[in-house]
Design a protein around this ligand. Structure first.
Ligand SMILES: [Zn+2]
Length: 574
């Protein structure tokens, strides 16, 4: 490839200079050796959203060696077009950078593809019915997994008890993860296999819910979900290396069809890292992934000694550590400064100490790793910020600390997050999922700092957007829609929930591209349509930046390109 087009030696602030050099170079193409400057791919007659420039570009984009060679007027790219160039006429269609999910769980998503989908179940009876159907298809005695139940959608909105489930599914152990991933409902067979009895004592940072007479209800909250199976057969999450790799391939392929070219896996253990490395080694990882290691002493010691990992094609990054300050709001595990408005006396749960977090942050930073702390309640966020400040010794934006979710914050802590240069890694669809009941949990006053994307930006913080899939759908169109409307898919509430926090489409797109890339140390490689960057692109059947807001979720992804290669094409897109 032509030297001038490589960004490797170009710091970001010099990129505009690079673009100028490129323009000059494009006029000199005739003089250069033709084989050096002929593009592999030219997308013509498109509307391109570069993201690092607010103005869309009508014209062409040329790709060579997997990187963007040129973006500009159609007439210029004619000069890059040779006999071997693949030319695709977009007929005016929109192109954005490949979308990035800054907080997701790719392997977990792969697993859910074999699970019973409990999202939207309007009653507990509906949950039992769906699980019974799933169990009927599962081999005798094997674990049946489900995910997505939410008692807030049921009459009475009370946590379930396992009785009806255990009667309907007596022979398979059942593990049903709540919609937020912070609680699970088990049936009697599963409780028995795991040796959980009424005598079980609540672990630190977790809870076994009980019925009125003190028996286990089957619901495990937060750290109580870290079960200790007495045998491998009793392990609800045992999987072979092959199963993990297949789950990743399946999930990655689904993501590409949604326009996601880079995803994250927040909190992976050693076996899971091994699955990624094996796939990458065989060049079978379908998309880009950035991994955040779980908070495990041995795993962290091993990786801190080895240093962070980025393969030459930037397909796999291992550079993060995921910590947990607290639980989630739905299960009242998020740690609050003052009690829950709908549960006086309950302050939620802290999952790790500030000392531990500060210690990991300091060691990670020394080893060249970044830390993302899950923090949902205002006390969880406060302690996470304290930990960053101590662990990094003040404001160190170059460490690229991240707070994951940053859901309910005191207004002064939003300012502090921005001052410390910590990324707010937020998920727009969490707001629209939680809006029916978030006010009941925290009350009107605390809602001012809840899901407060606009206040984050106004304070000067960088927003890295994502979905937290499989907690929410991986579909980034739903995230863009939620970010700009703060409405559910039926358009409610009119005008949006706390509409003062809405983002513009350009801001939302930046959160799902360039700022997400920055939050992963990948902004020199991906996140915008700048010459020199990797050609990760989405061609849209309808322009998500211009269709009426209500139609954003239905804007078709026509094509997805990864490193300039067409990796997904919708039937009928051409
Ligand atoms: Zn998550």
């Amino acid at each position: 490839m032509c030297r001038v087009f490589s960004t490797k030696s170009f710091p970001r602030r010099l990129l505009p200079l690079l673009a100028l050099a490129l323009l000059a170079a494009s006029r000199l193409v005739q003089a250069a050796s033709p084989s050096e400057d002929v593009a592999d791919l030219v997308l013509r007659h498109g509307v391109f959203y570069p993201v690092d420039d607010p103005k869309p570009v009508e014209g062409s984009l040329a790709v060579r060696g997997g990187r963007i060679l040129f973006l500009g007027a159609d007439s210029y790219t004619l000069r890059f077009t040779g006999a071997a160039t693949r030319v695709i006429d977009l007929a005016g269609r929109a192109v954005t950078p490949g979308l990035i999910d800054a907080h997701s769980h790719l392997l977990g998503y792969g697993r859910t593809l074999g699970e019973v989908d409990l999202r939207g179940a309007a009653t507990f009876e509906e949950v039992v019915r769906r699980v019974s159907e799933g169990a009927a298809r599962a081999p005798a005695g094997s674990w049946v997994h489900g995910r997505g139940w939410d008692q807030n959608l049921w009459p009475g909105a009370r946590f379930p008890e396992h009785g009806a489930l255990s009667r309907a599914v007596p022979d398979h152990p059942v593990w049903l993860t709540r919609v937020d991933g912070h609680a699970a409902l088990l049936n009697a067979k599963a409780l028995a296999l795991l040796g959980l009895t009424d005598a079980a004592r609540d672990p630190e940072g977790g809870r076994y819910l009980r019925d009125a007479s003190g028996h286990l209800s089957g619901v495990l909250v937060d750290n109580a979900m870290a079960v200790h199976p007495p045998s491998p057969a009793a392990d609800p999450f045992a999987a072979t290396a092959g199963e993990r790799e297949r789950a990743l391939e399946l999930a990655g392929t689904k993501c590409l069809a949604l326009g996601l070219t880079t995803v994250t896996d927040m909190g992976v253990d050693g076996d899971e890292v091994a699955a990624y490395l094996a796939l990458r080694e065989r060049r079978e990882l379908p998309l880009r992934a950035a991994l955040f290691l779980s908070d495990d002493d041995a795993l962290l010691a091993q990786w801190f000694a080895r240093g962070h990992f980025l393969d030459p094609e930037a397909r796999l990054t291992i550079r993060g550590v995921k910590l947990y300050a607290d639980g989630a709001l739905g299960s009242r595990g998020a740690a609050l400064v003052e009690p829950y408005s709908d549960d006086p006396g309950n302050l939620g749960l802290l999952k790790t100490t500030e000392d531990h977090m500060a210690d990991v942050i300091a060691r990670a930073n020394k080893a060249g790793f970044q830390v993302g702390i899950h923090a949902i309640g205002d006390r969880g966020n406060l302690i996470a910020l304290d930990a960053f400040e101590r662990g990094l010794g003040g404001a160190h934006p170059e460490a690229r600390g991240r707070i994951e979710h940053a859901q309910v914050m005191r207004l002064e802590d939003i300012e502090r997050l921005a001052r410390l240069g910590i990324f707010a890694s937020m998920q727009p669809t969490h707001a629209t999922s939680d809006m029916p009941w978030a006010g009941a949990r925290v009350g009107e006053r605390r809602l001012a700092g809840a899901y407060a994307w606009r206040k984050m930006l106004n304070a000067g913080a960088q927003l890295a957007l994502g979905s937290d899939f499989p907690v929410e759908s991986p579909d980034p169109r739903l995230g863009l829609y939620a970010a700009v409307t703060r409405q559910d898919l039926s358009g409610k509430p009119a005008g949006g929930w706390r509409p003062e926090e809405r983002l513009t489409r350009a801001e939302a797109l930046q959160g799902f591209t360039l700022d997400a890339a920055r939050s992963l140390f990948l902004e020199d490689e991906i996140g915008s349509l700048a010459p020199g960057k990797r050609a990760d692109l989405v061609v849209w059947g309808r322009d998500p930046m211009r269709v009426p807001e209500a139609e954003i979720p239905n804007a078709p992804v026509d094509m997805t390109f990864l490193d300039g290669a067409l990796v997904f094409e919708r039937d009928g897109a051409r």
